[in-house]
Design a protein around this ligand. Structure first.
Ligand code: 5AD
Ligand code: SF4
Length: 441
C-alpha cells in the first residue's frame, strides 16, 4: 500500500496555491491524497497567522491530529506556512507532536525534511530569509483543485510594512517571479485545459519593480493575454498606491481581464490610515475608485476593512462607513483588529475594547447587507458570460460571471469548462439564478 497524505489549509489564496504545490511535491514522492486524516501517513497543516483566531485553530487541530500516532506510530505531522515561519521552535515547544516544519520560503526542501523526520529527527527548517534556491519550487508539479481556473503565484512577499500586518515577517521582502517562468506556467496550464488564470501575490500590483530589468505589471497582463487559450485573467491582491493608471487602462483594454477588482482600503479615516502606514488618504483611494469606475464600466469591487484599530474613534469609524457607502462594494471582508506579535501596532496605546469592535463590525455588516441587496437587483434581466465550473447530476450548472458572482442554471454536462451566455432571472446577494442562452466558446 502506498503512503497517504492529508492536508489542511488555512488562510489566503496564496496559501491555497502553496498547498497545491505541496500536494504536487508529495505526489512526486509517491504519496496519495486522502480526505481522512485518520488514515494518513503524513498530516500537513499549512497555516496562517494573520489574526489570533487562525493561530488558535491550528493549535487545536494539532491537538486532534496527534492522536494518529497512537494508531500509526510512524505517521508524521508537518506544519508549514505563516504560523510556522512566525513562531518557529516556540510552536514545536507548544506542540511537540510536530515532526516537520517549514514555510513558504522552503517548500522545495520538503523531500529532504521528510527523510530527516523518518530517520527520527525533528525536521525544523525555519529560515530567517528566503534561500537562494527558492525558485526551485517552480520546477515541481502543481496539483490543482479546479480544472478550469488556476492560481499562478507571480510575486512573493510584501515591502509595505503596514503597522498591523505580520506578512512581511512571514513571507519576506517582495520577490517577483520572472516573466518567462510565469508565462511558461500559464502555457502549461492552458495546455492542460485551464481557461481562467488568477495571478496571485500579497501585492501583485508591485510585480516587476524588483526585476533586474523592471517591467510594469500592466505589461504582464498584456503578455498573459497573448497566450492562446487564456480566456480570463484575474489578479489579487493589489495595493491602492501601486494601482497606477496604466494598470486600470490595461484592465479596460484587455478583453480577458475580468470585470472585478479586490482593493483593500482597511480604514476610511486619514488619521488611522497614517497610523497604519498605508501611504494613501481616503481621498486618494476614492479617486482611484472613480478612475476605475469611469474606465472599466460595471466593475465589481471588493475590499478588506479592519475595524477597531488602536485609537479608532466613533468619528474615524464614520469615515470607514462613508467609504463603503460611496463605493458600493459587491463584497467586503471585514476583520476586528487583532494585535500580532512583533508588529508596531501590537502595543500601540489606545487599544479598542472588543465590545466596541463587535458593535462597529455589526454596523458595517448591516450597511453592507443593504448595499448587496441593491447591487444584486442590478443583475436581474441582464445577460452575463459565465465559465461553467461544475455540472451536478441533475444538470445543475455552476459558474462565475466575470464580476465574480456565482450563477446557477440548467445545462448539459458537455458544457463543462465552456464560456456561456446566460440571462439572470433572479438575483440574490450570493447567487444569480439564470437561464442558459448560448455557448460562446
Ligand atoms: N488584524 C485584523 N485584520 C488584519 N488583516 C491583516 N492584519 C490584520 C490584523 N492584525 C486583514 C487586512 C488584510 C486581510 C488579509 O487581513 O484587512 O487585507
Ligand atoms: Fe495568512 Fe497572510 Fe500568510 Fe496568507 S500571507 S497565510 S493571510 S498570514
Amino acid at each position: 500500500m502506498g503512503k497517504k497524505f492529508f492536508i489542511k489549509t488555512f488562510g489566503c489564496q496564496m496559501n491555497f496555491n502553496d498547498s497545491e504545490r505541496i500536494r504536487g511535491i508529495l505526489r512526486t514522492l509517491g504519496y496519495e491524497p486522502t480526505d481522512r486524516w485518520e488514515e494518513a501517513d503524513l498530516i500537513l497543516l499549512n497555516t496562517c497567522t494573520i489574526r489570533e483566531k487562525p493561530d488558535q485553530k491550528v493549535l487545536s487541530h494539532i491537538g486532534e491530529y496527534k492522536k494518529i500516532k497512537e494508531k500509526n506510530p510512524n505517521a508524521l505531522i508537518a506544519v508549514s506556512g505563516c504560523l510556522a515561519q512566525r513562531a518557529g521552535w516556540e510552536l514545536v515547544q507548544k506542540a511537540p507532536a510536530i515532526d516537520i516544519m517549514f514555510s513558504s520560503f522552503n517548500m522545495h526542501q520538503l523531500p529532504e525534511l521528510i527523510n530527516q523526520a523518518q530517520a527520527g529527527y525533528k525536521a525544523v527548517a525555519i529560515l530567517d530569509a528566503p534561500p537562494e534556491d527558492e525558485d526551485k519550487v517552480w520546477d515541481f508539479p502543481v496539483e490543482r483543485d479546479n480544472p478550469f481556473c488556476a492560481y499562478v503565484t507571480i510575486i512573493k512577499g510584501c515591502d509595505k510594512n503596514c503597522t498591523y500586518c505580520v506578512v512581511p515577517r512571514t513571507r519576506g521582502k517582495e520577490r517577483s517571479r520572472s516573466l518567462e517562468s510565469i508565462l511558461d506556467e500559464v502555457r502549461k496550464l492552458v495546455d492542460d485545459g485551464v481557461r481562467e488564470v488568477h495571478l496571485l501575490g500579497q501585492n501583485v500590483t508591485a510585480w516587476g519593480k524588483d526585476l533586474e530589468k523592471p517591467i510594469p505589471f500592466s505589461e504582464l497582463l498584456y503578455e498573459v493575454s497573448k497566450i492562446e487559450g487564456v480566456e480570463r485573467i484575474r489578479f489579487t491582491t493589489g495595493h491602492p498606491i501601486d494601482l497606477t493608471d496604466d494598470i486600470i487602462e490595461a484592465m479596460a483594454d484587455i478583453p480577458q481581464v475580468c470585470n472585478a477588482l479586490h482593493l483593500p482600503f482597511q480604514a476610511g479615516s486619514n488619521r488611522i490610515l497614517e497610523l497604519m502606514d498605508r501611504k494613501y488618504t481616503k481621498e486618494f483611494y476614492l479617486e482611484r475608485i472613480s478612475k476605475l469606475k469611469e474606465t472599466v464600466p460595471d466593475i465589481a469591487l471588493s475590499t478588506d476593512i479592519i475595524v477597531g484599530f488602536p485609537t479608532e474613534t466613533e468619528e474615524d469609524f464614520e469615515h470607514t462607513l462613508d467609504v463603503v457607502r460611496q463605493v458600493e462594494f459587491e463584497q467586503i471582508f471585514s476583520f476586528k483588529f487583532s494585535p500580532r506579535p512583533g508588529t508596531p501596532a501590537e502595543n500601540m496605546e489606545g487599544q479598542v475594547p472588543d465590545e466596541v469592535k463587535t458593535q462597529r463590525m455589526s454596523r458595517l455588516l448591516e450597511l453592507q447587507k443593504a448595499i448587496m441587496s441593491k447591487l444584486a437587483k442590478r443583475y436581474e434581466g441582464t445577460v452575463q458570460e459565465v465559465l461553467v465550473e461544475e455540472i451536478k447530476e441533475d444538470r445543475k450548472a455552476v459558474g462565475r460571471t466575470t464580476t465574480n458572482r456565482w450563477a446557477t442554471f440548467t445545462a448539459d454536462p458537455s458544457l463543462l469548462g465552456k464560456i456561456v451566455k446566460v440571462k439572470v432571472q433572479k438575483a440574490t446577494p450570493f447567487n444569480l439564478e439564470c437561464e442558459l442562452l448560448e455557448v460562446v466558446r
